[in-house]
Write a new protein. Structure first.
Length: 495
């Protein structure tokens, strides 16, 4: 087959580019293509460890899974992990480059772009189809000179572009026609058409809208895709966390997760969120904690700053009271695990000015921030339920356990995490802990027993990766049904 490219660009952030790229990775795979995803530059604190032991954005890992591949650093050669208001940790080909301000990063554009093209070429040499994704809005005129991920990438590899718009947020005509008016003639020529995403209602009532868009732009609308509610795909951007979404009122088990300001790897909780027995509530303030059967502190890109914020909001006192009542587990994941300890030392200024911070003091551990990031895949046996767990670690700190805790995960070669002497507080660095169906099942049953909750103990809990595989098929079916799939495949083949 000749090289096939297809690029999804957006009229804005969170319009559905990542989901479309995921769907089309599976669609191309099902059509017999050797397909791989590619996003030149991503900005996210929700990352994943690749087969090479490097770090990429979670969306490209999800797209790789949909394509039937192990994720590679070349699928997302540049990852920006915001560390504060003005800067980001820059990851190049999976490895930490340095912390940089936006202006410092822009000054390196030529060198960065050179690596981006090299990574694209690596994939192009291995696969006959590349599904590319842009970032944010593709027509930000103030950022165009620094672009390496939107039209700059499309032009570099001559990829046909489908522009994705979100009708659910309103203003879809302005989104599409405004975008076309702000891009150059050369960029307009790459645009093959549009997909109107997240539609609600009767599609017949939008037919005149489609005709209007096509008349104004002289480009086809290639899909009017309805919203869906029952297909669960890992999110990447924390802006997708909808704190106002209705909870499962009848769920037997109520879990609270602290909504940290610098939250990272929040997808650790998605395996719990899909369970019918569980309702997950993202809490900003520590209100009515005794209504919840367990409390989870997720990962953070700026642990000490988030620790200070939750201390000021009363979380430390509230968590200690919750612990004293032995209401349920208190769980810390990665940065949340560090927060549960006695102290965190950042003498090298890894996350900001050098300082020491007192932790929540529910685990007898101490953490020293380190300039060398630990990035690795990991597996072992958990010491609470004796189940097999696996996932990956991404963290900047080294944690030392005291005498009043026992290890949480034992790999046979090393241990990770800690369990308090009371047995109700535990934490670890392992991302993907709840993906194990066996661990998740025993966790749920233990919570039910602790709190005298009636659940169906005979129901099986699948490994999350099996659930995701089913979701990719259903996602591909959904987008195949509501887009002009044969026309899109022809565009990709004959660009």
């Amino acid at each position: 087959m000749n090289q096939t490219n297809l690029m999804f660009l957006g009229t804005g952030s969170d319009v559905g580019k990542s989901i479309l790229a995921t769907a089309f990775c599976r669609i191309f795979k099902n059509r017999g293509y050797r397909v791989a995803p590619f996003k030149a530059q991503n900005m996210s604190n929700n990352s994943y460890v690749t087969i090479e032991g490097g770090e990429i954005g979670r969306a490209q890992a999800t797209q790789a899974e949909a394509a039937g591949l192990m994720p590679s650093v070349h699928m997302n050669p540049v990852l920006l992990k915001p560390t504060g208001q003005m800067g980001s940790q820059v990851i190049v080909c999976g490895q930490v480059f340095k912390n940089m301000s936006a202006m410092e990063y822009y000054a390196c554009k030529n060198d960065i772009k050179e690596q981006v093209i090299k990574s694209y070429q690596v994939l192009s040499d291995q696969y006959d189809c590349i599904v590319l994704e842009g970032a944010g809005a593709c027509c930000e005129v103030n950022l165009r000179a620094h672009d390496i991920v939107n039209f700059e990438m499309a032009l570099a590899v001559k990829a046909p572009v489908i522009i994705v718009a979100d009708i659910d947020r309103g203003g879809v005509f302005a989104q599409i026609i405004g975008t076309m008016s702000l891009i150059s003639k050369q960029e307009q020529d790459l645009v093959a058409g549009f997909i109107v995403n997240k539609f609600r209602g009767n599609p017949d009532l939008f037919q005149n809208g489609i005709e209007f868009i096509e008349q104004k732009t002289h480009k086809p609308v290639l899909g009017l895709v309805p919203c869906y509610k029952d297909i669960h795909i890992d999110m990447e951007d924390s802006m997708s966390l909808d704190l106002s979404k209705p909870q499962k009122k009848r769920a037997a088990i109520q879990i609270a997760v602290i909504r940290l300001a610098h939250i990272s790897n929040f997808t650790d909780l998605q395996a719990l969120e899909i369970e019918p027995e569980i309702s997950v509530h993202w809490l900003i303030a520590p209100e009515n904690l005794f209504n919840y059967d367990t409390i989870i502190i997720p990962g953070s890109k700026n642990v000490i700053d988030d620790l200070k914020k939750i201390r000021n909001m009363g979380w430390v006192e509230a968590l200690n009271k919750y612990h004293n009542q032995a209401r349920g587990f208190i769980v810390g994941l990665c940065g949340g695990y560090q927060m549960l300890g006695r102290e965190i030392y950042d003498t090298s200024g890894v996350e900001g000015p050098p300082e020491k911070a007192f932790g929540i003091n529910l685990l007898d551990i101490h953490t020293q921030m380190d300039t060398i990031k630990a990035v690795k895949r990991s597996k072992g046996i958990d010491c609470l339920f004796q189940t097999s767990v696996q996932g990956y670690e991404i963290h900047m700190g080294k944690t030392v356990a005291g005498n009043n805790v026992t290890p949480f995960i034992d790999s046979g070669h090393h241990t990770d995490g800690a369990i308090s002497s009371s047995g109700i507080v535990f934490g670890c660095y392992l991302h993907g802990l709840f993906d194990s169906g066996t661990f998740r099942s025993k966790f749920i049953k233990h919570l039910a027993k602790m709190n005298h909750i009636q659940i169906d103990h005979t129901r099986e809990h699948q490994d999350y990766w099996h659930i995701k595989e089913n979701a990719y098929e259903r996602l591909a079916d959904h987008f195949s049904q509501y887009t002009k799939i044969d026309e899109i495949l022809t565009i990709a083949r004959h660009h």
